[in-house]
Design a protein around this ligand. Structure first.
Ligand code: 4AD
Ligand code: MG
Length: 478
């Protein structure tokens, strides 16, 4: 008999039929004559209740049915008086994989998220983490669907690279040299000409530079790949390894770029609302449970309400200079409540400032544009004022920056000047400059941090809980 999945069984109309199901035991409740087993196979949040009449089964088998054990059950599907429409009356039970109830770390009770991070290899088996995994998958699919519908091409850009796109020097080096005894040049430095690639290489911080090369031929492309940042940020919003979606479009200016970013985010959130209802409802209840411990004014909007709010309202668009003005006049600035003071033009905005603008001042997502040139990457287009660049950051409640992007500097001379001033090695980047030498056109793009999106959509408080295995400073388990 073919195994059926619980997702399909729970919707089934085939009352009275004999079916076969496999999954893991979430809980077992024993009474004198019957055992009630909640079985989950991860295909949906809900469990299937299996009813085993004690007299029909060997005692030894029933003893092995514990939380965490894997079972295959053949039985009759009947109507249920309980929460689900249907339940399964077991005829045969096979214990496929046992789990010692005294040792299995996931007891049928509420565990803290911190504890579950330590057993991330098992946390997929909880409602919370299986729900997140399913929402994450839905969002991956929606990303490809959105861009495919719009005629974009997906480009795979390299993971190992010799260039630092963001110029922040936060790269993980990739080498096969023996670090205990590396080859040396005459002046005593490590001789990277003898390294695997014959030069210093690292894991990429962004696929943008290569994405630009493709966009200047295919018009509209996007990348969706892993990116790596060796920034020592121990926050609830930073990972050392995260996934980024980077569209790049020829003949798009900053306004076109903003329109696309807003449409994209709304599309993804709508997709989740339409396709992940059961999981979102569960995650909403989880969040509300957690928020009960917070003071009233710090509680966030109910998850689904919050997602609908973002989809239904226009994002605010304003310049960095306007934002600085608002921040300087704000109550927290007057009262000295910001941890980082807002000094005026040139101040790099911190998450507390971004969140003030979004959560307190405008009460909706904000796109900030035209940042000072010296706090942004080399590739951004210099505005006519000479001191700002055509950058855009999309700021979200709770998250802060969810998207960073810009119109690119397409003028060769200006770009070369900027690269020199910012200490970008021109020889290494000659291939990039060729796009400005031959058929250069205005173009724009942005990067969406995938885990920041998932943090927002699931209402989780920490980015480490929305990627299966988080990599953060001093933490690389599993
Ligand atoms: O603003 P960033 O650094 O922009 C770029 O990398 C550009 N090359 C994108 C482009 O224009 N094609 O990063 C983009 C986004 C951020 O807005 C944030 O959502 C996410 O990537 N991000 C991180 N997410 C998790 N952990 C980190 N350490 C992150 N750093 C950036
Ligand atoms: Mg950024």
């Amino acid at each position: 008999m073919k195994r059926q999945e619980i997702k399909e069984i729970l919707q089934s109309e085939a009352i009275g039929s004999t079916i076969k199901v496999s999954g893991w035991v979430r809980t077992k409740r024993e009474s004198k004559n019957v055992n009630f087993i909640n079985l989950n196979d991860g295909t949906v949040l809900s469990n299937l209740q299996v009813v085993a009449e004690v007299e029909n089964f060997d005692e030894k088998i029933l003893k092995k049915i514990n939380t965490g054990a894997a079972l295959t059950v053949v039985g009759e599907l009947v109507e249920s008086g309980g929460q689900q429409r249907v339940e399964l009356v077991a005829k045969e039970i096979e214990v496929v994989g046992e789990a010692d109830p005294d040792k299995y770390p996931l007891q049928p009770k509420r565990h803290s998220l911190e504890f579950l991070r330590e057993i991330a290899h098992l946390r997929f088996r909880t409602n919370t983490f299986s729900a997140i995994a399913r929402v994450r998958h839905a969002m991956i699919f929606a990303v490809h669907k959105f861009f495919t519908e719009k005629g974009f091409f997906n480009i795979h850009t390299p993971i190992i690279t010799a260039s630092d796109c963001e110029g922040a020097g936060e790269m993980f080096q990739v080498t096969t040299l023996d670090m205990n005894n590396p080859p040396r040049t005459e002046d005593g430095k490590i001789d990277y000409s003898q390294d695997f690639f014959g030069k210093i290489t690292s894991l990429t911080v962004s696929g943008q530079l290569e994405g630009e090369l493709a966009a200047l031929a295919l018009s509209k492309i996007y990348t969706f790949g892993p990116t790596f940042r060796a920034e020592n940020s121990n926050t609830s919003r930073h990972l050392a390894e995260f996934w980024m979606i980077e569209p790049e479009m020829a003949f798009y200016d900053l306004n076109d770029n903003m329109d696309l970013a807003e449409e994209f985010l709304k599309y993804l959130i709508n997709y989740a609302l339409d396709n992940c209802q059961e999981d979102l409802l569960f995650l909403s209840q989880r969040q509300q449970q957690e928020e009960k411990n917070k003071p009233q004014q710090e509680r966030s909007m109910e998850l689904i309400e919050k997602l609908k709010f973002v989809v239904e309202n226009d994002f605010v668009r304003l310049t960095y200079t306007e934002a600085i003005d608002i921040l300087q006049k704000s109550k927290p600035a007057q009262k000295g409540q910001f941890q980082y003071p807002v000094e005026g033009f040139g101040t790099d905005l911190q998450s507390e400032h971004e969140r003030f603008l979004v959560e307190k001042h405008f009460k909706r997502p904000v796109i900030l544009i035209d940042y000072p040139a010296n706090i942004k990457a080399f590739y951004m287009k210099v505005n006519p004022d000479g001191k700002t660049v055509a950058a855009m950051d999309v700021l979200f409640p709770q998250i802060g920056e969810i998207i960073g992007g810009s119109q690119r500097e397409e003028r060769l001379e200006i770009l070369v000047e900027k690269m020199k001033a910012m200490g970008i090695p021109l020889e290494e980047m000659d291939w990039y400059l060729d796009t400005r030498r031959y058929g250069s056109v205005p173009h724009s793009g942005f990067g969406l941090g995938f885990e920041r999106l998932i943090t927002f959509v699931t209402g989780m408080g920490n980015i480490r809980d929305v990627i299966p295995f988080a990599r953060t400073p001093k933490n690389c388990e599993f």
